[in-house]
Design a protein around this ligand. Sequence first.
Ligand SMILES: O=P(O)(O)OC[C@H]1O[C@H](OP(=O)(O)OP(=O)(O)O)[C@H](O)[C@@H]1O
Ligand SMILES: Nc1nc2[nH]cnc2c(=O)[nH]1
Ligand SMILES: [Mg+2]
Length: 168
Amino acid sequence: MSDDRQAKAFPVSWDQFHRDARALAWRLAAAGPFVGIVCITRGGLVPAAIVARELGLRLIETVCIASYHDYKTQGDMEVLKPIAERVTGAAGPNGQGLLVIDDLVDTGSTARMVREMLPKAHFATVYAKPLGRVLIDTFVTEVSQDTWIYFPWDMGLSFQPPIRDGVA
Ligand SMILES: O=P(O)(O)OC[C@H]1O[C@H](OP(=O)(O)OP(=O)(O)O)[C@H](O)[C@@H]1O
Ligand SMILES: Nc1nc2[nH]cnc2c(=O)[nH]1
Ligand SMILES: [Mg+2]
């Protein structure tokens, strides 16, 4: 989503993210068991840590994919690091028993690419937009396609001018 005129901002605090990632873990507890996690970097690292703690999983792998090279603009997908054979070897055929985690699915391009690597894995995200949600087995909150989610690791506290100062 790159049209700023339509974009709705959805800022997520650390507290909120922790609650939502825990809610994801509750849902995944009923969908497992899983032999390990493959998190899609970088956004998947934080929810993967929370879910791994809740589900007692210690085999954690990354698949490193870059696509949004500029803020809000998706470019060519690049796999910077594939999934280690040692991890796929611990799972069933085609990734059966592996849990793939990302922070969100938007257009679905990232999830689609990882799905090709692990067709039978269970895909989970904390947030989902309509275009990509069909690719995800478990998610917590759906937001509209014209929403931009701001994660707590992308934000900081800043001064807000009093409302009165903005009133003409
Ligand atoms: O469904 P899509 O349209 O593919 O978009 C979703 C992906 O975009 C973001 O990652 P990004 O590529 O920005 O990299 P990052 O996780 O390193 O921030 C997000 O973390 C997802 O991985
Ligand atoms: N932070 C963030 N990254 C994204 N990548 C694709 N969609 C989004 C989004 O809504 N927020
Ligand atoms: Mg990402």
